[in-house]
Design a protein around this ligand. Sequence first.
Ligand code: ZN
Length: 167
Amino acid sequence: MRRQFLHLMTDNNNPIIDPPIDPMEAAFEQARKAKARGEVPIGAVLVDTNTGKILAAHGNRIEELYDPTAHAEMLAIREATLKRQSPRLINCDLYVTLEPCAMCAQAISFARVRRLYFAAYDPKGGGDDHGPRIYTHSTCHHTPEVIGGLREQEAARMLQIFFRNKR
Ligand code: ZN
C-alpha cells in the first residue's frame, strides 16, 4: 500500500524511501485538526514531487481568520509559494479531502499544480467535477491531472458527521 504511494509520488523508478509519507493521510490529519478548531473538516497537503516531501499542510481556517477564502487548499498554496519564493508550484501535487470549490480549483490552475488528488466528491460545492467544472473551460490555461475518490467514503462520512452534529 505504502509502496504504491511512493511510486505515485515519484513518477519514475527512483522511489523516495525516507521519509515514507502518505500525503492523503496527512490531509486527513489536517481535516481532523480543523474539526477540533470548529472548522469544517477539510485538509490539504502540497507535496514536492522531486523530493516527495510535504511543502505545506493546512486545514480550513475560515472562522478563525474571518476569511471566506481561508480554505485548506488556499492556505497550503500560499504557504508553499512563499516557501518556494515563486507564484508557480512546478512539480507539486495537491492532496485534498474534498473536491475543491471553484475558487480553489482556479487557484490550483494558477499555481500550475501538476496533479490534484481528492477524496470525497462534492456535488453541491465542487468546482472541477461538478458545477462550474473550471478545468473544462478554454479560459483555463493550466489543467492539472485530477484523480478523485481516494478514501472517498471516509472523507464523506467525516463531513456528514460534522454537519449532523452542527444541526
Ligand atoms: Zn475552496
